[in-house]
Write a protein that binds this ligand. Structure first.
Ligand code: IPE
Ligand code: IPE
Ligand code: MG
Length: 225
C-alpha cells in the first residue's frame, strides 16, 4: 500500500463532540488531545515520516479567554509529557505559527522541545499553534521584499515555516466542514484531501487507516495525463 510521506490533520470538532455529550468544550479539547497523541503515534508506527497537526489557528485566538486558557494548559501538558516520548522514538518536534501571539512560556516550551528532539531521524511531528497560512505567506513576502530580488518557488518555500519539509501528501479534516480554514495554503497545492464527518475526539486509529487506504487508491497527476 502506498503510504503518504507527510500527513496533515485539521483536528476540528472538539466543541461539538463535547456539546453533544452535554460536556464543557474543554472536555472535548482534552479528549482531542488524547486522540492527537494516539493518532500521531499510530501514523509514525505505520511509517509516515511527517505528521502536521493544526491545533490552534491564529483566528482561534479571538475565542473566549477561558477556552484559550484551557487550550494553553493542554499544550503545556503536551510538552511536559510527550517531548521525552518523541525523543525516544526519534521524532523531531517542530512548532509552526506565530508564537508571539501566545503566552511566552508556550514559546519557550516549544523551543525547548524542538532543541531536545532536533537529532531525531525517524520523522517529524509539526504542531501548528497560532498558525495562519496567509500570515505565513505575507511574512515570507515581506522577507523577500527586504531581500530585494525575485525568488523561485523553491526559494520562496524556504522562507515559510515549513522550510525543508516535503509538502503534505494527504490532508485530513475531521468535524464535517469542507474547508481549509487558513491552513497550509501554499503547501497544499497538490495535496490529496480527505474529509471525515466524525468529530475529532471520535476519529479513531482505524479511521486513520481508512484515510490512508483512500490515499493509496488515488492517482496523483499533477496536471499531467
Ligand atoms: C477544533 O475543535 C480545535 C480548535 C480549533 C482549537 P473546535 O474547538 O473548533 O470544535 P468545534 O468546531 O467548535 O466543534
Ligand atoms: C480549524 O478549525 C482550526 C483548527 C482545527 C485548529 P476552526 O473550528 O477554527 O475552523 P472554522 O472556524 O470552522 O473554519
Ligand atoms: Mg471548529
Amino acid at each position: 500500500m502506498e503510504l503518504p510521506r507527510h500527513i496533515a490533520i485539521i483536528m476540528d470538532g472538539n466543541g461539538r463532540w463535547a456539546k453533544k455529550r452535554l460536556l464543557p468544550r474543554s472536555a472535548g479539547h482534552r479528549e482531542g488531545m488524547k486522540r492527537m497523541i494516539s493518532l500521531s503515534e499510530h501514523a509514525f508506527d505505520m511509517g509516515v515520516e511527517y505528521v502536521t497537526l493544526y491545533a490552534l489557528s491564529a483566528e482561534n485566538l479571538s475565542r473566549p479567554q477561558e477556552e484559550l486558557d484551557g487550550l494553553f494548559s493542554l499544550f503545556r501538558k503536551y510538552f511536559a509529557e510527550n517531548v521525552g516520548r518523541l525523543l525516544k522514538k526519534g521524532i523531531r518536534l517542530k512548532v509552526i505559527g506565530d508564537l508571539s501571539l501566545l503566552p511566552p512560556d508556550i514559546g519557550a516550551l516549544s523551543k525547548e522541545g524542538e532543541e531536545a528532539t532536533a537529532a531525531g531521524e525517524r520523522g517529524a511531528l509539526v504542531l501548528a499553534i497560532g498558525y495562519g497560512a496567509r500570515q505565513e505567506i505575507v511574512s515570507a513576502v515581506n522577507q523577500a521584499v527586504r531581500g530585494g530580488k525575485e525568488l523561485s518557488q523553491e526559494e520562496f518555500g524556504r522562507l515559510l515555516s515549513t522550510a525543508g519539509m516535503p509538502d503534505p501528501d494527504l490532508l485530513i479534516r475531521t468535524g464535517k466542514e469542507k474547508r481549509l480554514s487558513n491552513f497550509l495554503l501554499w503547501q497544499c497545492a497538490y495535496t490529496e484531501l480527505y474529509f471525515s464527518d466524525k468529530m475529532f475526539p471520535a476519529f479513531t486509529n482505524a479511521d486513520l487507516d481508512r484515510a490512508l487506504a483512500s490515499y493509496a487508491g488515488r492517482e496523483r497527476r499533477y496536471g499531467k495525463i
